[in-house]
Design a protein around this ligand. Structure first.
Ligand code: TRP
Length: 325
C-alpha cells in the first residue's frame, strides 16, 4: 500500500508545475548566464501604453522621423505596390503608420495587421473599418516571429509587407536575416516589403532616446518585472532594480538592462533566482544600421533593395523579393 502511495506521489511530483510558456521562458532566461528576458514580454496592456508614451517623448526621435518620412514619401512608396494588394503589417500596435500608406495607396484592397496583443488589435480594427470603409481588414493575433498563415480571404492577393519602427533592430542580425527570409515565404512571389530602420549616429542623440529625463523608458523596462509579479506571483522588489541603457559601439546596438542594486533572491513559482549586487538582466537590444549595411543584410536574406528614403537619422527601405524580375 505504502509503495502504491509513494509511486503516486512520485508521478504527481514529476508533472510540470506549469506549461505556461511565459513562466517557462522567464525562468529559463533568469537561470541563464548572463540573465535575460525576451523583449516580446514587454507588451502587456501596461507595457503597450508605456511604449506609446515613449514614442511621444522629446528624446525619442525614431517615431517622429519615421512618421515624417512616411508622410512625405507615401505616394512614392505606394507607387511600388502591386495593384489590389494586401498590406501585411508585422507587429502593428496602433496602426498609425499603416494609416499613412492606406491613405496614399487606393490600390490596397486588404490590411492584415499581425500583433501579439489581441485586445489592442480588435479595437484598432473596428476603428480602421470606420475610417476606410472600402478596405477589408483581417487581423491576425500571432507572434510574428513564428510562422503564421495569411487569412484565406486575402490568400489570392499579391502582398506588401510592412515592418516599421526599427523593430528589425530588436533582433540579432542573424535573426533579422532569418525573419526577412520567413517574411519572404509568408508574403510570396512578387512581394514588396517596407522596413523602417534606425541609423547609426552620435551617442549624444542615441543614448537619451533610451534613457529619457522623465523616466518613461525606465518604467517601461521595469514593467516586465511588475508583469512577472502580477502574472506569475513573483516577488521582485522594483525599488531595488534600475534601468540601464548603454550604447555598445562594437556591435552598433543600444542595450537595455535591469540592474539589481543589491545582492538578493527572488522567488518565481517555486524557483529561486539569486542576484549579485550590480548583476543585470539583459532585456533588449536595439541594433542600428547604416543604409548600406541594412541593404546588404536584406540582399543576403532574399530581398533586393529598390529604394530608400532617409533624413540622416532614420531610414525607410523598399525591398522586392529577389526571385522576381
Ligand atoms: N524598436 C524600437 C527601438 O528599438 C522601439 C523599441 C522597442 C523601444 N523596445 C524599446 C524603444 C524599448 C525604447 C525602449 O527603438
Amino acid at each position: 500500500m505504502a509503495s502504491v502511495r509513494q509511486s503516486a506521489l512520485r508521478v504527481a511530483q514529476s508533472v510540470p508545475k506549469t506549461v505556461d510558456p511565459f513562466a517557462a521562458e522567464v525562468i529559463a532566461g533568469l537561470a541563464a548566464k548572463p540573465k535575460r528576458l525576451l523583449p516580446k514580454y514587454f507588451y502587456d496592456a501596461v507595457g503597450s501604453a508605456l511604449f506609446e508614451r515613449i514614442t511621444q517623448l522629446p528624446e525619442y526621435y525614431p517615431t517622429r522621423c519615421e512618421l515624417a518620412l512616411l508622410r512625405a514619401h507615401a505616394p512614392a512608396i505606394a507607387s511600388l505596390f502591386p495593384p489590389n494588394c494586401a498590406l501585411v503589417e508585422f507587429g502593428s500596435g496602433g496602426s498609425k503608420k499603416a494609416r499613412l500608406l492606406l491613405g496614399a495607396a487606393a490600390t490596397i484592397e486588404a490590411y492584415v495587421p499581425v500583433d501579439i496583443s489581441g485586445d489592442f488589435l480588435q479595437q484598432d480594427c473596428a476603428q480602421l473599418r470606420r475610417e476606410f470603409p472600402r478596405l477589408a481588414v483581417h487581423p491576425v493575433v500571432a507572434d510574428f516571429t513564428s510562422p503564421f498563415s495569411i487569412p484565406s480571404q486575402v490568400a489570392a492577393l499579391p502582398r506588401v509587407g510592412f515592418f516599421p519602427g526599427s523593430t528589425i533592430g530588436n533582433f540579432e542580425p542573424h535573426e533579422a536575416a532569418k525573419f526577412l527570409r520567413h517574411a519572404g515565404v509568408v508574403l510570396g512571389r512578387g512581394a514588396v516589403m517596407i522596413v523602417g530602420v534606425d541609423l547609426i549616429k552620435d551617442t549624444k542623440i542615441l543614448c537619451p532616446a533610451y534613457n529619457d529625463a522623465e523616466g518613461v523608458t525606465a518604467k517601461f523596462n521595469l514593467n516586465v518585472l511588475a508583469r512577472i509579479n502580477r502574472e506569475l506571483g513573483a516577488n521582485f522588489d522594483l525599488t531595488t532594480f534600475e534601468h540601464h541603457a548603454l550604447y555598445n559601439s562594437k556591435q552598433n546596438r543600444i542595450e537595455m538592462h535591469l540592474a539589481s542594486m543589491r545582492r538578493q533572491k527572488v522567488r518565481i513559482q517555486g524557483t529561486t533566482i539569486s542576484f549579485r549586487a550590480g548583476e543585470t538582466i539583459h532585456t533588449e537590444n536595439s541594433y542600428k544600421y547604416s543604409v548600406e549595411s541594412f541593404a546588404a543584410l536584406a540582399q543576403g536574406s532574399g530581398w533586393s533593395p529598390l529604394q530608400v528614403w532617409t533624413d540622416g537619422q532614420f531610414s525607410v527601405h523598399a525591398l522586392r523579393r529577389s526571385d522576381e524580375k
